[in-house]
Structure formats: C-alpha cells, structure tokens
Design a protein around this ligand. Structure first.
Ligand code: MV4
Length: 447
C-alpha cells in the first residue's frame, strides 16, 4: 500500500480523497495556491505545499510545481481528483516518468477517450451501441452532406477534441449544415487547437444516463449501476440520481453489463464513466470519462462501496476484492450540487461564509470543504457543497432531500440552495419525467 499520496486538487474533492486516504492509513500531502492557504484540505492534510498564485494555470495546472511537491515530500502516488490534471494524458505520463504512481487510467486510455472519434470507434468495436453518424472525422462539407443524407436530419456536428458541448452545432437541413460545418470547425480550432469534427444524428429529447465502471489491472471489471444526470443547465449538472427513474430492471441490467464488459474488453484500469443518451428505450454511447466524477457519491450510496478507496487499491496493483455479484444495489440516492452563484441569474458569488450549518441525520451526507468564516475565492469552479441523500425508496429519498435542504444554511454569499428547494418540488421532477432540456425549460418558465 502507498504510504503517502499527494492530492493534486482543491475543494470538496481534495477533502473527499483525503478522507479515503486517512481511512486506509495513508499520509496525505495537500498542494494549494496562495488563495487556498486557509482551505480545509490544507488544514486536514498531514503536509502541505504552496504551488503558486491563485490562477489555476500557475498552481493546480502547474506540472513542474506539482511534481516538485511530490518529490520533496516523498509521495508515492498522485491523485489528480476531478478537473485540473485528471484527464491530461501528458501529466499522467510525466507522473510515472518521475517515479510516482498516477492514481487513474493509463495515459493511453486517457488520450484515446479524450478524442471522441477514437472513443466511439473503440467502444463500438467492443460492442457498445453508439449514435448513428460518420465513422470518423469529416473533412469536407460534401462529406458532411453525404453522411447527413444517409442518417437523416437533424444532425449534430461535434468537435473530436470537444467536451461539455463546446464546438457543437446542430443542422436541420443541407443549407444549415453548410453553414454550421464551417462554424463548428472554426470553434473547435479556437477552443481546442484541433478542428477535427464528426457528425451524429441529433437526438432531440434524450436523457443523460451514465454507468460507473471500475477495473483492476488483472482483467476484472464491474459496474456500479447507472446515474441519471439529465437535470442540467448549460452542460453543468445540477441534480443527479441513482438509479434512473427512466429505466426498467431489464434496461438497467443490459446497460450495466454492456458497460462493464466493454471496460474489460478495452483493457481499462481504474474508475471510469460511460455516458449514454437514452431515447425511446435505446441507449447510445457518447463519451467515456476517464476519471472520478463529482456524482460518484450517489453510486457509493446505493452500493455501500467507497469508490476512491477502490481507485487507490487498484493503483497499487491489487486485484478487485469483489465481483459483480457482490455488489448489492440498495435504495435510491440523489445529489444536489450547491454552487456559490445567484440562484436565478447564476452570477458567481464568491466571498466570506457567515453562518454555516450542514444538515445531518440518517441517510444524509454532505461533501463540502466549507466552514464558517471561510472565504470562497473567485478563481475556481463555483461548486461549494454536495448534498447527497439516500432512502430505501425514491419517495423516501425525495422526502429526506426536502428536509435536508430546509436544514442547510450557507450564509454570507448567494448559493443555489433556493433553486434546489424549488426544483425538487416540481411535479415533473417528483414523477421522474425529465430529459436533458427540462431544467432550462423550467428556468425559462419561472423567470
Ligand atoms: C448529443 C445530443 C443530442 N444528440 N448528441 C452535450 C455535451 C456532450 N457531452 C454531448 N452532448 C449532447 N450530445 C447527439 N447525437 C445532446 C447533447 C446535449 C446534452 C447531453 C447530455 C446532457 C446534457 C445535454 C444538454 C444539451 C445537449
């Protein structure tokens, strides 16, 4: 087992990783920018190293500073957390070249899945259903028109290097495709420095359903069921739940089994997430995330398994300590992402926390690095807390969520708590009948 792990991240996820390490008897090293000198992850870690000024590019993305911190503290391994260095294949490579273990997938898998065209081909070859579209990158308008003619309109042009919807353009006829094609390439080049694009059938009312997978370095892979992440705004997830209220037992078993089998076939290692669009009873793979995700918590709640602990164990080369039949699914879990933002305008609201009270009780979990008096810096992602609840049934879970949201007090700044209180009382949410457009529709109606 590792003796010391460096956590190359900040905020609630740095704390989440610290907690797993502590319970495993592993010493932790926190790294932080000057803006985070008083952060909770720094306070709780055994050691800490300041790696630069507030801008992330000079600190949390500063590879030489992070590797130097690992060297001077004598860390065995580096956990990249979520965001920042988590899906940078080159960072993973450099970590290993410098003699540390990268707690994550191989650089080759990170690189392959980072290119959405290669990702699609890789999983399609392994047997996953993908969205109908071009077989690879599309280089000319003529080629684009031909693909669209074959699959039918509307179509979506996506950047191969893209994620989070950047560089995505829809087209509903040949004329709009001619226009959108050039725009998509230009945007892709500007955003990612690579203008490869591909084309897919545009699914109009899908749900976003993703499957949590885990594989060891001995050829074993399992899944932890699906999460429904359809409640989102501008490609930012707002509420996630597991299991999805949209799937029946057969669909659930089908997609879970398919995802873990694919994970095994591609020789994956560590935790990962296969993302699907689900429409009219059909699943379509869109992307694979080669990292821990913010919403991993709800999969933990319904299975009772600590995914960060498993991630660390697998990085030491240990085999999975259980197989699929040992993973028992129990009850229902929902996560609300609470951001330091105005609940109606979504304008960021950094500042001093004045008054903090986290909810508790059976089935309530709060993952947050907040404390009374903490100064939320303006430099980073606005996620400040995750409220995660579990109940024996979906109804119990939602009643508990409502109660916990009522108890939660975060004073001094604006937060999205009121938005959550409102949206979980919507009939469509209570019925579980929402798709990827539902929240934006609701926000437009209540404005
Ligand atoms: C799509 C789609 C409809 N059809 N692909 C958005 C971000 C990127 N990860 C994939 N995305 C989408 N791909 C096809 N063929 C709709 C979206 C999409 C979306 C997907 C998941 C969650 C929220 C979304 C919001 C808008 C669009």
């Amino acid at each position: 087992m590792f003796e010391k792990v460096l956590i190359a991240n900040r905020g609630e996820i740095a704390l989440r990783i610290h907690r797993a390490c502590r319970e495993m008897g592993i010493h932790t090293v926190a790294v932080h920018s000057t803006a985070d000198a008083d952060a909770m992850h720094v306070r709780l870690a055994d050691e800490s190293v300041c790696i630069g000024p507030p801008p992330a590019k000079d600190s949390y993305l500063n590879i030489p500073a992070i590797l130097s911190a690992a060297a001077i503290t004598g860390a065995d391994a580096i956990h990249p957390g979520i965001g920042f260095m988590a899906e940078k294949a080159q960072f993973a490579e450099m970590v290993e070249e410098h003699g540390f273990v990268f707690i994550g997938p191989t650089p080759a898998h990170i690189r392959a899945m980072g290119d959405k065209v290669i990702a699609k081909k890789t999983v399609a070859d392994a047997g996953l259903p993908v969205v109908p579209g071009s077989d690879g990158p599309v280089g000319t308008v003529e080629q684009a028109l031909e693909v669209a003619h074959d699959i039918g309109y509307p179509v979506l042009i996506k950047a191969a290097a893209g994620s989070g919807g950047k560089g995505m353009k829809g087209a509903r006829n040949p004329q709009s495709l001619r226009e959108a094609f050039g725009l998509a390439r230009g945007e892709a080049r500007a955003a990612f420095g690579a203008d490869d694009v591909y084309i897919e059938k545009f699914l109009t009312r899908p749900r976003h359903i993703e499957v949590q997978v885990l594989a060891d370095t001995h050829g074993n892979a399992v899944h932890f069921g699906e999460r429904d992440c359809s409640v989102q705004r501008r490609h930012q997830k707002v509420v996630e739940e597991a299991p999805s209220p949209a799937l029946n037992a057969e669909e659930r078993d089908y997609i879970g089994t398919l995802a873990s089998r694919t994970t095994q076939r591609i020789g994956y290692r560590g935790v990962g997430t296969m993302e699907f669009l689900f429409e009219d009873g059909q699943f379509y793979f869109i992307e694979m995330n080669t990292r821990l995700q913010v919403e991993h918590t709800i999969s933990e709640m319904i299975t009772g398994i600590d995914l960060v602990r498993e991630q660390i164990r697998i990085a030491t080369g240990a085999p999975l300590g259980f197989d699929q039949s040992d993973i028992r699914f129990s009850g229902h879990s929902v996560e609300c992402r609470i951001n330091a933002e105005h609940p109606e305008t979504f304008v960021p609201s950094p500042g001093r926390i004045e008054g903090y009270h986290a909810p508790g009780g059976l089935g309530v979990r709060v993952d947050s690095a907040l404390y009374d008096g903490y100064l939320v810096p303006p430099n980073y992602d606005s996620l400040i807390a995750k409220l995660i609840v579990h109940g024996a049934t979906r109804n119990e879970c939602l009643m508990r969520l409502r109660r916990a949201l009522e108890e939660f007090v975060i004073g001094g700044i604006e937060t999205t708590l009121p938005l959550h209180q409102r949206l979980i009382q919507e009939q469509d949410f209570i019925n579980g009948s929402y798709d990827i457009h539902w929240l934006e529709g609701l926000l437009a109606r209540i404005r």
